[in-house]
Design a protein around this ligand. Sequence first.
Ligand code: FAD
Length: 331
Amino acid sequence: MPWNFGRVLTERENPLREPGTWLEPGSAHLDVSMHEWMTGLGLDNETVALGYALNTSYGNDAHDISALMMLARAAFSTAQRRHLPEGVVGYTVRGGAQRIPEAMARALVTEVRFDKAVTGIEDSASEVSVHCADGSLYRGDRVVCAVPFPALRKIGLRPELVGRQAQAVADLPSQPMTQLYFATKSDFWEHDGFAPSLFTDGPAGMVAASRRGEDPERVTGLTAWVMGRNALRLDSVSSERASATVVEEVESVRPAVRGQLEYIGRQSWAADPFAGGGWAYFRPGQITRFGSVMSAPHGRVHFCGEHLARIDRGMEGAMESGERAAEEIIS
Ligand SMILES: Cc1cc2nc3c(=O)[nH]c(=O)nc-3n(C[C@H](O)[C@H](O)[C@H](O)COP(=O)(O)OP(=O)(O)OC[C@H]3O[C@@H](n4cnc5c(N)ncnc54)[C@H](O)[C@@H]3O)c2cc1C
């Protein structure tokens, strides 16, 4: 199936035995496009377009993403599965993943201050000052800067970053990603006999059933996960127009859905000034250019976030990089 083809292929054909080896110089030959890597396996352009580029989670298409990143991601998934008991495909957090940082915040000695937009970070060599949009100012010995690169681009960092590290902050892309949320007026899947979720090759992207209630089997709504250029197109129109675009497509490919979706709202990560995209990805060649320098401390400023993870991906990557930044400060 299109949504799984690339994942299965990168796990099955993966020359990386362990996650973490992607940053080693010996892996640099894999820092080519997914298109080049997949066609190198003997697949034709149509298969690459169907098997990688359809509503892909990384990049806009198979030319826009480094195969090395996808192989690192696959090595991470394979390694994670080794720790899972037989028959378990993964875990989720009861009440949503937001419960994790909330629990972490409760364990801190000092209170977390919310609603503070950082506009500048200034390192005077003896201390660091953090300036916020509301005029407040914080001083400390060190700063851990945990924002994604699109957000960091808007923060005035003094002294400025230089060389390839500055280039990485300026150039590393973040995944355009928009979600539209729907409630369902009926269990329409009971009528046509298909699974509640569907995957399209149009502007609705992947429309996945959510199961957020007490009963993990019960469908509580549908979420359209729209990636890449289609996400940017939906961001460029009103929320109602975006919803109509998705509903029209879903209804046209699946008649049982007609009149059964109630629009709740839209969330765009690309349009969020504090995110700039769903997650970072590397274009072909960017791992070789930026991988060894992008997380380096800059005076008293240390960097972390999922985009700077060395072994893990996603939330685990964010935590791993946070531990690395803490070790830099302690050591
Ligand atoms: C829809 C979706 C589904 C996902 N699903 C999964 C999943 O199933 N598993 C998984 O492991 N990962 C998943 N991820 C990825 C995961 O959410 C990220 O990898 C993780 O949150 C990254 O953590 P982070 O701390 O690096 O960055 P973030 O969580 O983005 O945190 C950065 C913080 O910096 C703040 N910030 C930015 N700019 C400023 C500023 N100027 N001043 C002050 N604060 C600022 C932001 O508001 C934000 O709170 C998903 C992501 C999305 C969008």
